[in-house]
Design a protein around this ligand. Structure first.
Ligand code: GAL
Length: 702
């Protein structure tokens, strides 16, 4: 009877999956902000990703004791344990997880359980080989890694339904399980098999209704690629010199993002239907571009993401993580979030990636998460694996369980966060400026960058890093976000727009906002088709410029004179601006268009639009641009923050909580606006705050 019922649910879920692709965007907007600290029983979430299935049970009690001593009150478990939970099709074993939960709960540690679909069992692949995704060349992925399933495969959807249903039924009322993580880092690989192709064709049919509408939207007259039957529509392939129809390719990217969202929604719906009232989240990937996270997060209670700051770079480049935090916060209207995987040791798979950082720096990175709005920090992972691909990806402890310097760092931070919880609870990041990230523009420019050196993320960082150098908090807005409260919005390479977004930005400026637009703005409509208007198309009027000529920069030979007296190297692109109503702020320095405008400023309504026709590798160029815009919009700047030091602020009841984070190996002096009180020591700090190497100070207004 139960089996029959599960089959009925599986069938319904497959139908739901297909229908869900059409329903995207119709879900209710998020209600009251989710309070993570309240959810965790009033405690700041402090945790570790734990894999009890990989260790002898005799180890669990020792682990829980050590965790509790380090202030850990949270674990995430289970996300790769499908094979242990369902060792044979339809036979479940959760007893081991019950026992692990019992041990952990007894030490005051609550859990989020991962639905284990990222790593399907070997028997499932053996029985249903087509659950594996197919690559562009038509080759199916082999079993042995993870996340290589195809979400359009009905057997995989049925198996997903079965395991999630069984888990939900077993744990929905468990007092020690406070939430669910759906799958693990959903995203690629894209699947190019016949089932995916049929799903894409159905998606197109739901979107366009008629082939005439699709042919018109995609401009299939080009090369005579006109479709006469939905089944003729192919899946795209793309290389820089062999691009498929860019309109089709953009819809395919949207379809992919939608498909992953729908797969997450299938699981959310099962959990809810079975009566789980536990919170639901997913561990996301910061700047990862394949998913429209704003869209994905509509179905989730709160944002969680996986934060790995350590790369081969200089540690003082803190802005890479800072932007990722801000984007993740922005993907759910700036609600506080949590880190589901915070770097807890040196990363590496086949080889360690780079050199070991001092343990103190892991603490600074954890506080960076908090400073950007995290109300929870969960380290990846409790202990380094003895087995498999991640033997060289360190956890807090190494395989020998010795209490190393990272453990003591974690314990120190845990104690401090306990002390800081009343202060942090209810505080959030409030920013006067926002970067507008457009998933459509990002995808469109991945399909056709326009010039090889174009990098959307780099262009975001050009501006973002300048704000941070100047001590300004930054939000990341998505096209549906409320933009009205920002004094400055930077919209990098807003290539693909629709009328709603154009209207929204126009109204924003007319009402007094300052908008910074860059080259490649307003080039295309929402179908990824080039506008017939003179560039910057729908923004020409508010920017007060026309672009009749441009010059893609291949060898980075251009220079830009201004703002001010200085000259800066220019790269990537040069829009040669023809001001209609705008004032010239900077000109080009070289070649046949030397002296022509490169940057303009236009007063429109009550606001201002800057149009920046090129990119520079000089940070000073961006400092100048931000200073200009900040002056117009009365945004305060701190010009004296040393390199490698970040000043980030949360606010509560109008008062600031200032995090001063020193990522460098030397003591630094940071001039602040007032004398703050140190939240940990209670002492008053001088206005010239001294921050030792790899240290953080958390300061409050008295
Ligand atoms: C994350 C993933 C974890 C682990 C970690 C280190 O992306 O979610 O499961 O694999 O990377 O490789």
């Amino acid at each position: 009877m139960k089996q029959l019922w599960i089959r009925v649910v599986c069938g319904l879920m497959c139908v739901y999956f297909l229908a869900g692709l059409a329903l995207r965007g119709q879900q209710a907007p998020a209600g009251k902000p989710f309070d993570l600290i309240e959810w965790n029983g009033g405690k700041f979430i402090y945790g570790a990703d734990y894999y009890p299935e990989a260790w002898d049970e005799s180890q669990w009690e020792k682990d829980a004791t050590l965790m509790q001593a380090a202030g850990i009150n949270f674990v995430r478990m289970g996300e790769f344990a499908w094979a242990k939970m369902e060792p044979q099709e339809g036979h479940f074993d959760f007893a081991w997880l019950d026992r692990a939960l019992k041990v952990l709960n007894a030490h005051g540690i609550r859990a989020v359980l991962g639905t284990p679909t990222a790593s399907p069992p070997a028997w499932l692949y053996a029985k249903y080989p087509d659950i594996a995704a197919m690559d562009e060349k038509g080759v199916r992925y082999r079993y042995g890694s993870r996340r290589n399933y195809c979400v359009h495969n009905s057997d995989f959807l049925a198996a997903t339904t079965r395991i999630v249903t069984a888990m939900a039924e077993h744990f929905k009322d468990h007092p020690g399980v406070i939430g669910w993580q759906i799958d693990n880092e959903v995203g690629g690989p894209k699947c190019f098999d016949p089932a995916s192709r049929a799903a894409f064709q159905a998606w197109c049919q739901r979107k366009y209704h008629t082939l005439d509408a699709l042919n018109a939207a995609w401009g299939t007259i080009f090369w005579g690629h006109t479709y006469h039957d939905w089944q003729e529509i192919p899946l795209p392939w793309n290389t820089l010199y062999d691009t498929h129809n860019p309109s089709l390719a953009l819809d395919f990217d949207r379809f992919q993002s939608d498909s992953m969202h729908t797969y997450v929604d299938v699981q959310v719906a099962i959990l809810r239907k079975i009566g789980s009232h536990q919170a639901i989240t997913h561990n996301e990937m910061g700047m990862y571009s394949e998913i429209d996270y704003y869209d994905l997060n509509r179905s989730l209670d709160f944002v969680a993401w996986d934060n790995y700051p350590m790369g081969k770079e200089d540690y003082s480049h803190y802005a890479r993580q800072a932007l990722a935090h801000d984007l993740m916060r922005g993907s759910k209207d700036n609600q506080n979030f949590m880190i589901m995987e915070q770097e807890g040791g040196l990363p590496g798979w086949a080889a360690f990636q780079g050199r070991q950082a001092p343990a103190a720096l892991y603490r600074v990175w954890a506080y960076q998460s908090v400073a950007h709005g995290a109300d929870g920090v969960c380290y990846f992972r409790w202990r380094t694996s003895r087995y498999g691909t991640e033997q060289y990806w360190e956890g807090i402890l190494d395989q020998d369980s010795y209490r190393n310097s990272r453990y003591f760092m974690v314990a120190r931070t845990g104690k401090e966060l306990g002390q800081l919880t009343p202060l942090l609870h209810g505080s959030k990041v409030v920013s006067p400026v926002a970067m507008l990230v457009s998933p459509d523009s990002r995808w469109a420019q991945q399909i056709q960058p326009g010039v090889e050196d174009f990098q959307y993320e780099r262009l975001m960082h050009d501006y973002y890093d300048a704000f941070r150098r100047l001590g300004v908090s930054v939000d990341v807005a998505f096209p549906p976000s409320d933009l009205s409260a920002y004094r400055i919005i930077v919209a990098p390479a807003l290539c693909v727009t629709d009328q709603n977004l154009v209207n929204k930005l126009t109204a924003y400026v007319k009402n007094g906002g300052t908008l910074i637009l860059t080259f490649r703005s307003g080039v295309k409509d929402e179908d990824n088709v080039v506008t017939e208007s003179t560039l910057p198309g729908p923004f020409a009027e508010i920017a007060g410029v026309a672009i009749h000529e441009f010059d893609p920069q291949i060898n980075e030979e251009q220079e830009v004179l201004g703002p001010g007296e200085s000259s800066f190297p220019a790269r990537t692109w040069s829009d040669i601006l023809d001001p209609t109503t705008a004032k010239v702020v900077a000109t080009y320095g070289k070649g046949y268009y030397a002296g022509k405008p490169a940057v303009t400023e236009n007063s429109t309504g009550k606001g201002w639009v800057y149009y920046v026709g090129t990119e520079s590798k000089s940070p000073f160029f961006y400092d100048r641009m931000i200073a200009l815009a900040a002056k117009k919009s009365l945004v305060a700047l701190n010009q004296k923050i040393p390199t490698g030091v970040e000043v980030a602020v949360r606010q509560k009841a109008g008062k600031k909580i200032v995090f001063v984070l020193n990522y460098t190996g030397t003591e630094q002096t940071v001039p602040l606006d007032i004398a703050y009180q140190n939240a940990l020591t209670g002492k008053t700090e001088p206005m010239d705050a001294q921050i030792p190497a790899y240290e953080v100070k958390i300061l409050t207004e008295r």
